[in-house]
Write a protein that binds this ligand. Sequence first.
Ligand SMILES: [Fe+2]
Length: 472
Amino acid sequence: MDPQRPSILVVDDEPSITDVVHEYLSTLGYDCTSTSDPEEALRRLRESTFDLVITDLNMGQLSGMDVLKAARGTDASDTMVVLMTAYPTVENAIEALMSGADNYILKPLSLETLKHVVEGSLEKQRLARENVSLKESLALYRASEALEAPLELPEYLNMVLEVALGELEGQAAQLVLLEGDATERRVLQQIRRDPSGGTLKLTEEEMLRLAGELAEESGAMTTTDIGDHGPLLVLPLRAGGDVVGLLAVHRRQGEAAFTPAQTKALSIIGSGAAVAIKNARLYNSLQEQYLGAIRALVAAVEAKDPYTSGHSEKVGQYGQMLAHEVGADQEIIEGMRVVGLLHDAGKIGVQESILLKKGNLTKEEYKHIKDHVNMSMRIIKPLPLPDVVPRAISEHHERLDGSGYPKGLSGEEISLSGRIIAIVDVWDAITSDRIYRTRMNRQEALDTLDDLAIDKLDRELTEIFKNVVPAS
Ligand SMILES: [Fe+2]
């Protein structure tokens, strides 16, 4: 077929008609194919795509409806279909148009009408295609804009739902993140956008079933045959051969079906989402690997000084507890676990003779110990951590009166997470045995915190901590 000229397939069981139409359309410059065998028409439709199909409605065993269905093929197909019939009734006109035919022509044919209908149909198609590319650019623009923005995955996926709802004029949208393969697939997470507050949604079971059915498909599927759902567009989100999620947009029962343009737009929006999910997973697994290495490092630090064994975990737990208690942001609460784990990682660089020294430290030795904070910062530098984590680690020995290290920050210069970590680090240190001293009992430790809260630790946070810290 000539890609420059619109391709038209003509199907009629009367060869005299196909001959006339074929010849006429060819003289008008169209790339025309014709057949009087409906089976042959179906075969050709399986093999290639036509811009327009003109088919007789009544052709013995097969009807024009079969040709129409074959021409529509996938939901993404935008082939125009014109039905020809010699027996016009209101019913078959309605049936033709309801089933997706774009127009119909009455027999006996008038060539003038045929020309008019063909041109009209192709013009409609051209406009629809332009609309698709407009939507594509818009969706791509928005999706790419979002992709470049420093959004976390949940925020990004919420935005994908927002864009999908707006672009597709849907009533609700939902997205599930999946893991596993065909043998065992699980829903990891599900997010929904339903501005109407209605109940348009697929259950996890329905989503999993659709993921299985669509696993081999690349495009979106539009359907209305799931329970009592209205028009529904479902797109498998694929990354590297796996179905990593499913994106669905709903309309209410009785509302118009999604158009091919909208189906295509969803595919574009979804392709951005699939990439983002894949990247986030890769990033998480890299982060886990690095954290695993750091854990090994922390274990090595704690092995150097058996007295500090378990210190990092406990500081993380206490830190999370206090952050939660004071109503800190979720980012700080979650970050505290990592802060606890990593804050003393730099002690790997401190000489054992100094780390384990029983007597007083010389000025030089103390300076060397203090350097563990900078060393910790160097170790965590390659880790993509939220800002609160490195900041808290850098501040865990800072004191409100400026007497701390390494920078001697004071007052408001020290972040909330830095103040939290300072309190819980001191607490775990004084309530644990050290090589150079035994641990304080609870009352002594509480009194020590009170003393430090006069000018070194945050008084308000210390009071809250004292009320919640469990007996160790
Ligand atoms: Fe430290």
